[in-house]
Design a protein around this ligand. Structure first.
Ligand code: NAD
Length: 335
């Protein structure tokens, strides 16, 4: 018997909630991302057709998973959101059109184009240039306190460079495991008869969410900054007009920023960036699952605002799926 839309929606929510738990809380996914994305889209489409069935506990309205109880919790004063997805040029065009209509804009946007790093999002708080706290994204509002673990990642400065620094600066970015380090770590595990990690994202998440920072310290983790959270900046040191310029400023202050990030003018140039990175994907030193295209003008960002789980001014333009189900199922997971 054919299920009603209500039943279909309930079944999809239940299934996606279980996948979310495995992925975000246990760091042990059981299906490839492409399969998760397919079911997520199905749910999104059903909810669009039946808006009366949308509820705040739907996976389409929420970010990530609950923080693990073994860590102390950190409240994010500015939520750490997710991103909407585009899977092809038509999706991307629709995203640009939505923004243009909303702003009543005839011209083109300046886009900050960034690789979509496949790791986990963290927020790092600097007070007067000194690293004082770091947290995972968690469910977007509450993350896990991972300060001692973050301090073991050599790429992350414990103190920022320069004198003209905002008294409070939350830097947001991705902790990930470069492919060479990932291969080495798994080779070591194999030789010692230990379980291997399924993929670099899994390895990064498992390595960072350790209670013993000595374990994290031995893992080859890297970090790239890509955004700013809460800022207290009475003197106005932080660039206030352009996201791309802000990233250059973070770099000047000593934070690693991905060298592939580009500022481009207009939709066609953003599509060309996507194509270029897709072509070079296999030669990059880290795994990415797409590119993130962001409106760079901060006034436009503010005018566009947010929906429940994502900003309106950015989109994750995903690459075609690479990962096979067998890769995931053949491997034992290690957390
Ligand atoms: P997402 O990964 O699609 O996008 C948001 C995240 O992108 C951010 O939180 C940040 O961590 C990351 N990111 C990387 N580079 C960035 C950049 N330059 N700028 C901004 N953000 C950047 O969203 P999500 O909510 O973290 O996860 C959803 C995705 O995770 C799904 O689409 C699916 O692919 C995967 N997932 C898989 C399973 C599974 O069971 N296999 C379960 C849940 C989620």
């Amino acid at each position: 018997m054919k299920q009603s839309p209500e039943q279909q929606i309930a079944a999809l929510r239940l299934q996606l909630a279980e996948y979310n738990y495995q992925y975000y809380v246990l760091d042990a996914p059981t299906v490839p991302d492409a399969e998760y994305d397919r079911l997520y889209r199905e749910l999104q489409q059903l909810e669009q057709q039946h808006p009366e069935l949308v509820s705040s506990d739907s996976p389409t309205q929420r970010v990530g998973g609950a923080p693990l109880a073994k860590f102390s919790q950190v409240q994010h004063s500015i939520p750490m959101l997710s991103l909407d997805n585009a899977f092809d040029a038509a999706d991307f065009s629709a995203f640009v059109k939505r923004m243009r209509d909303r702003l009543d804009l005839a011209g083109e946007f300046s886009f900050c184009c960034e690789p979509k790093l496949d790791g986990l999002a963290v927020s790092i708080r600097y007070e007067n240039g000194v690293l004082v706290q770091a947290a995972t994204r968690g469910d977007g509002n509450t993350g896990e306190d991972i300060t001692t673990n973050i301090r073991t990642i050599r790429a992350i400065p414990l103190k920022l460079k320069g004198d003209n620094l905002p008294p409070v600066l939350e830097v947001r970015g991705e902790v990930f495991m470069p492919l060479a380090g990932f291969a080495q770590l798994n080779e070591q595990a194999r030789q010692q008869g230990d379980k291997v990690f399924a993929n670099p994202r899994n390895a990064a998440a498992g390595s960072l969410r350790q209670l013993d920072p000595a374990i994290t310290a031995k893992r080859p983790l890297m970090f790239y900054a890509y955004a700013v959270g809460l800022v207290d900046d009475p003197a106005g040191y932080l660039n206030n007009s352009c996201h791309y310029q802000r990233l250059q400023q973070l770099k000047d202050w000593g934070l690693p920023v991905c060298p592939e990030i580009r500022l481009v003018e207009g939709e066609t140039a953003a599509l060309a960036y996507y194509q270029d990175i897709l072509t070079r994907r296999a030669s990059l030193a880290y795994e990415i699952d797409g590119v993130v295209i962001k409106v760079s003008n901060l006034n436009q960002q503010q005018a566009l605002g947010f929906v429940a789980r994502a900003p309106r001014w950015a989109i994750a333009f995903k690459f075609p799926a690479q990962e096979m189900l067998t890769t995931l199922l053949d491997v034992d997971f290690q957390v």
